[in-house]
Design a protein around this ligand. Sequence first.
Ligand code: UDP
Ligand code: MG
Length: 149
Amino acid sequence: MERTFIAVKPDGVQRGLCGEIIKRLETRGFRLCAAKFMQGSEDFMKNHYLDLKDMPFYAGLCKYMSSGPVLAMVWEGQNIVKLVRMMLGETNPADSKPGSIRGDLCINIGRNIIHGSDTLENAKREVDLWFKAEEFVNWTPCYQPFLYE
Ligand code: UDP
Ligand code: MG
């Protein structure tokens, strides 16, 4: 089992898309491990996006990410890092296929509503950055034997 970090960004929260995003992850069969509704500081977002620090959009991105509430979540499932990236679509919603979250729900690259870890290594780093051990709930969904062989 893998875990990944997913956040509904301030634009997704403001547009009332938290429920739609959770619904897609739940119906795919992923397990919610931890969740919190919070507003992070600009420094916190600078750390979260540290690998993009040399990009021209870095400062604006971190400012925007700290400008309002985000729904931060950890989800678990087989191969989840890759599968969630496919569900997200491309970074630019204009390149994202219909059926993907970004391809269905947003238009602009700077307002692409959702974050999902891109590699297992980054997922581990992001999960540890956003959540403490005591914030996780250990539970087994009743459908587990019907979802996995
Ligand atoms: N971003 C942007 N302009 C760009 C590229 C990225 O505003 O030209 C923002 C966008 O919100 C994106 C985030 O920076 O989701 C992180 O970029 P990354 O390349 O990691 O894309 P992601 O992993 O979110 O698809
Ligand atoms: Mg990324």
